[in-house]
Design a binder for this molecule. Sequence first.
Ligand code: F6P
Length: 342
Amino acid sequence: MRVGVLTGGGDCPGLNAVIRGIVRKGVQEYGYDFTGFRDGWRGPLEGDTVRLDIPAVRGILPRGGTILGSSRTNPLKVEGGVRRVQENLAAEGIDALIAIGGEDTLGVAAALHQEHGVKVVGVPKTIDNDLSATDYTFGFDTAVNIATEAIDRLHTTAESHMRVLVVEVMGRHAGWIALHSGLAGGANVILIPEQRFDLDQVCAWVESRFKIRYAPIVVVAEGAMPKDGDMVLKDGTLDSFGHVRLSGIGEWLANQIEKRTGKEARTTVLGHVQRGGTPSAFDRWLATRFGLHAVEAVRDGDFGKMVALRSTEIVRVPIGDATARIKTVDPSLYEEAGVFFG
Ligand code: F6P
């Protein structure tokens, strides 16, 4: 049995731990051979492979990024893409494929399985934690820890200068990182994409914080939007690689707060720092278990499925369950955090 492995979409701490779990269990327990595909779906599309055996996965558990490389290539959007993927998988002698990725990568996996009979098992990943059907994705815990540490540090500099500090965290469609790091870091305002915010209310919270002689920390997810939408965001613009760019909300917010309250404000955009570097212990644990269970699903011939965390159990769900809709922050969870605002 030869199993192909690929990592697609934005990278995420824990990808290497999944790859190591897959290869260690597959080789040691089932005697499988593995082929790594480079850069997500680009690998099978172009027949670009990399050696994947026990020596190749030695020492990679604590390393961020992915030894296989990643890209957002989508073979469904390439003329003749599906046929080329099928031909290259056949040429490499691939019996089954494990695709590790988010919404887009797994969407391709689901379509290739359902419409073209490709034998795929999915593994969910994203620092945003916005994939349905799994309680958590690996990478999220690491990102929240990085953002929380940044907020802790920003409190002390904000208080020394009695400034407002706005922290922009990742999360285009869901505010999980903002909510968790905001609560863990004791932020005074948390703004998420799921709930449009009222700028007057944000300024009132900021001012009330100054009244008790504390400097406010505002955590804003990159996809958060004001109610009146009177802002100039680079929303929806595509960069030269065709990726959507959403940067700008943190800077815009700090300017508005400064203008309206007369208090000095600064912005910190955490950006890709949240995605890089070594994974947390929780993410290594979750990613490793996902890898072990993915290779078990291959052994069982349970294709078209994705491994998922339910409480402390790893279960298998149809890949489509994860990609059909994103998992957003429930309004009651956001309301619960509201007691700390202002
Ligand atoms: O992985 C998801 C995500 O981290 C989003 O929160 C963010 O908007 C996006 O990736 C940025 O990805 P890139 O810069 O790689 O296009």
